[in-house]
Each structure stands twice: as structure tokens, then as C-alpha cells.
Design a protein around this ligand. Structure first.
Ligand code: NAP
Length: 301
């Protein structure tokens, strides 16, 4: 991939907007579309061009990146009435960086292949912080040759970029990632609620345990937020729950019991049912707090 590769970007949410900015800053000519047009303004001010639909983005681009919410949303922007597929040309590449169903990904890739378009599934991990800093982990499924061609572009958004197998393998790997992420979140939540009930100084507890074997990205980044009562989303409960649902669906299809993840799904249900779906995924702690009758906050601890 050379510097003249024209890049299209569809989906300018919490993740997509900063990722697109990093692509633009790396010097790629960038065309963008977002369902809510206002979110494109900072990118347009920085030199990106607007297109009126996903198909129009594709018409202006050699590689089109999508990062929208869920499986039906990716199907909509790629295969829908205004979708990328209507501007398909042999040699064009679609890189879907959303987290969606691995099986649907394989179907979309096959559909695109019929019109000569290559696809990579390249979901990410590292949160809004990784998206801004260009340090995401990117797990990529698709042909190795296409992966290698797109690597310089992916390197503008991520640090650890791993080709894990054919189409679908990127999404399966992301679901592995999510099983571990939600497990870490529950462990952090139980630890902090336990600490609060024991009357410990929560800042000191975090300082002590983050550097040891209990340390994790979740604990370092979201632990301090929890004890300060900051539940602004880097990743919403709503989308976290979507990922847990994708994990459990794939696990059921493969007959893999995941009792821990199923429990966490129910706890997130409790958080959602109290209207907190737009809070950050660390709001899982609230389900444990309700059970224990204590809040793991510095001011109230
Ligand atoms: P977000 O802030 O809610 O953004 C979602 C984006 O998708 C918005 O641009 C939204 O458009 C667009 N969208 C949703 N449905 C659409 C549809 N049917 N047609 C067209 N556009 C549609 O979510 P996010 O946090 O950026 O997450 C995006 C993806 O990245 C998800 O698959 C998520 O699981 C994954 N992810 C997120 C994180 C994280 O920490 N946030 C980390 C790793 C992976 P509007 O602006 O019009 O709503």
C-alpha cells in the first residue's frame, strides 16, 4: 500500500473518529461518512472529504474501513441499499474493524469476493484511549497477502497487529479477548466491593494491587474511574453486552460452556435494566454494589 492509497472511513463514533484522525494525520487522502453527519466535523476541518453514503465513500476510495456497532449495522453499510458493495471494483479492499459475529463476517466476505472485493475482519482492543493514541491491538482475519498490503494503513491505528487466520478468525479472536476482558471486569468489581466493605482506603488498595499479579488493563484504567465515581463510557455497557451476546451465541454453536461469561451477561442485564446502558462497561461494579449494599467510592468508602 502506498501513500497514494485513498482511504474511506465509515463510522465515526467513540472509536472511529479518533482512528480516522490517525489515518488522516499519517497522510492518507481520506473520505468519510457517518450516519450522524455532525460527528464528521473535526475530521472535515482537518482535511477529510465528506461523501453522502457508504457507496459514495467506496467510489472515492481504494480501501474502505468500517467501524459501526453490531452485525446488522455492518451488513447495512456494506450490503445495504446505500452500501459499499454498490461501488465494488475488483482490487478494492474492505476492512471491517467493528466487533460482530464471526459467521456473519464469513458470509459478508464471501459476498464481497463474488464482486472481486477483498475483505479483512480487523476488530480492535485497547479502548477509546488506544484509538486516540494509535496503540490499538488489531486482530486480523483474511488472506495474508491482503493483510500485508494493508499493514502500513493498520499501523497508523494500532501497535500490536496480528494476522490470526482466514476471514472470521479476527472476530473469533476478538471474542476470546472479550471473554477475558469481562472476566477481568468482574474480578475488579468484586475486589473493589470487598475492599469497600472492609473499610480499606481504595486508592491505596489500587496502588498496591495494580503492580502485582492482579494487575490488568482494566484495573489500571477503570479502577481509578470507579473509585472516583466516573462512569463516562470508553466502551458502553450496551456495546459490551452486545459482545458478550456474540460470545455466548458462538459458544452455543460450538457447544462450549462458558459459565463465568454467562453469569456476567446476567449481571450486565441488571445494570441495563436500571437504565445504565450508556455508562461505561466498568459500571458492572454497580451490580455487585447493589448486592453488597456498599459503594466502592473514595468519598463514600
Ligand atoms: P459508538 O460510539 O456507539 O459508535 C458507533 C458508530 O456506528 C457511530 O458512528 C454510529 O453512527 C454508527 N452506526 C451504528 N449503527 C449504524 C447503522 N445501522 N448505519 C450506519 N452507522 C451506524 O461505538 P464505538 O464505541 O465507537 O464502537 C464501534 C465498534 O467498535 C463496535 O463494534 C464496538 O464493539 C467496537 N469496539 C469498541 C471499543 C470501545 O472501547 N469503545 C473497543 C473495541 C471495539 P451514529 O453516529 O449516527 O450513531
Amino acid at each position: 500500500m502506498t501513500e497514494v492509497t485513498r482511504v474511506g472511513f465509515i463510522g465515526l463514533g467513540i472509536m472511529g473518529a479518533p482512528m480516522a484522525m490517525n489515518v488522516l494525520r499519517a497522510g492518507y487522502p481520506l473520505t468519510v461518512w457517518n450516519r450522524t453527519a455532525a460527528k464528521a466535523e473535526p475530521l472535515l476541518a482537518a482535511g477529510a472529504r465528506w461523501a453522502d453514503s457508504p457507496a459514495e465513500v467506496a467510489r472515492a476510495s481504494d480501501v474502505v474501513i468500517t467501524i459501526v456497532s453490531d452485525t446488522p449495522d455492518v451488513e447495512e453499510v456494506i450490503l445495504g441499499p446505500q452500501g459499499i458493495i454498490h461501488a465494488a471494483r475488483p482490487g478494492m479492499v474492505v476492512i471491517d474493524m467493528s466487533t460482530i459475529s464471526p459467521h456473519a463476517t464469513m458470509r459478508i466476505a464471501r459476498r464481497l469476493a463474488e464482486v472481486g472485493v477483498e475483505m479483512l475482519d480487523a476488530p480492535v482492543s485497547g479502548g477509546d484511549i488506544g484509538a486516540r493514541e494509535g496503540t490499538l491491538s488489531i486482530m486480523v482475519g483474511g488472506k495474508r497477502e491482503v493483510f500485508e498490503r494493508c499493514l502500513p494503513l493498520l499501523q497508523t491505528m494500532g501497535k500490536r497487529i496480528t494476522h490470526v487466520g482466514p476471514n472470521g478468525a479476527g472476530q473469533f479472536t476478538k471474542l476470546v479477548n472479550q471473554i477475558i476482558v469481562v472476566g477481568n471486569t468482574l474480578a475488579m468489581a468484586e475486589g473493589l466491593v470487598f475492599a469497600a466493605k472492609a473499610g480499606l482506603d481504595l486508592e491505596k488498595v489500587l496502588e498496591a494491587v495494580t503492580a502485582g499479579a492482579a494487575g490488568s488493563w482494566m484495573l489500571s484504567h477503570r479502577g481509578p474511574q470507579i473509585i472516583q465515581g466516573d462512569f463516562r463510557p470508553g466502551f458502553t455497557v450496551r456495546l459490551q453486552q452486545k459482545d458478550v451476546r456474540l460470545v455466548l451465541e458462538a459458544a452455543r454453536e460450538m457447544a462450549v460452556p462458558l459459565p463465568g461469561t454467562a453469569l456476567i451477561h446476567q449481571l450486565y442485564h441488571a445494570v441495563e435494566s436500571r437504565g445504565l446502558g450508556e455508562e461505561g462497561n466498568h459500571a458492572l461494579v454497580k451490580a455487585l454494589e447493589w448486592l453488597a449494599g456498599v459503594e466502592a467510592r473514595v468519598k463514600e468508602g
